[in-house]
Ligand binder design. Structure first.
Ligand code: 5GP
Length: 200
């Protein structure tokens, strides 16, 4: 469910991909990286789900309808896209990566495991993929429950998905275990700095 960029040299184009099962702390690590490394910029995905309270269109996501999303798939506008949850589509637009590269920034992609694999396949040299691993599925359950936003059914769906996603762990360049968030942030930051050649 992806297609290569139609044109353009990829040499100077680096990409950082952060992926993880839901609840592994990926969002916190994304925020940490964006704060500490100003050369990084959040790659805003297109998504068909409803915006949550506090989310802003064009900042958190480009919220679009399923119809618009389907048109963009047909027009080959995505690097990758996935139906991450039942009926909910998410995708990385080629135009988004170009927008950031043009500003001399490195896109930071916070995307699901399959999307991450697809981007990596297209940019094997230019991308660094980091998989954030929760200490255990038991701990993941505890974190998702403490977040308080899950019904029993959606909790089970997320846990099943997490176990499935954990089976792809060997596909990524680096794995960071998040049993201590501060350490996981520091470790990921060091990996990204090294890859981009940006010292502390
Ligand atoms: P949420 O709905 O909680 O914002 O995101 C759900 C999941 O979709 C997260 O794991 C997030 O990383 C993933 N996601 C966000 N944007 C994209 C994207 O462009 N492509 C893919 N494949 N997954 C995405």
């Amino acid at each position: 469910m992806y297609s290569p960029l139609a044109s353009g040299s990829k040499e100077q184009h680096k990409i950082i991909i952060l992926t993880a099962p839901s609840g592994a702390g990926k969002t916190s690590i994304t925020h940490h990286l964006l704060k500490k490394i100003p050369q990084l910029a959040f790659s805003i995905s297109a998504a068909t789900r409803e915006a949550r309270a506090g989310e802003v269109n064009g900042r958190d996501y480009y919220f679009i309808s399923v119809d618009e999303f389907t048109k963009k798939i047909k027009a080959n506008e995505f690097i990758e896209w996935e139906m991450v949850y039942e009926g909910k589509y998410y995708g990385t637009l080629k135009s988004e990566l170009h927008r950031l590269w043009k500003k001399n920034q490195y896109p930071l992609l916070d995307i699901d495991v399959k999307g991450a694999i697809h981007v990596q396949e297209q940019y094997p040299e230019e991308s660094l993929s980091v998989f954030i691993e929760p200490p255990s599925v038991k701990e993941l359950r505890r974190r998702l429950i403490s977040r308080g936003s899950e019904s029993e059914e959606s909790l089970q769906t997320r846990l099943n998905k997490a176990e499935y996603e954990l089976s792809f762990i060997n596909h990524f360049n680096k794995v960071v275990v998040n049993d201590d968030l501060e350490e996981a942030c520091a470790e990921t930051e060091a990996l990204v700095r090294k890859f981009l050649g940006i010292p502390l």
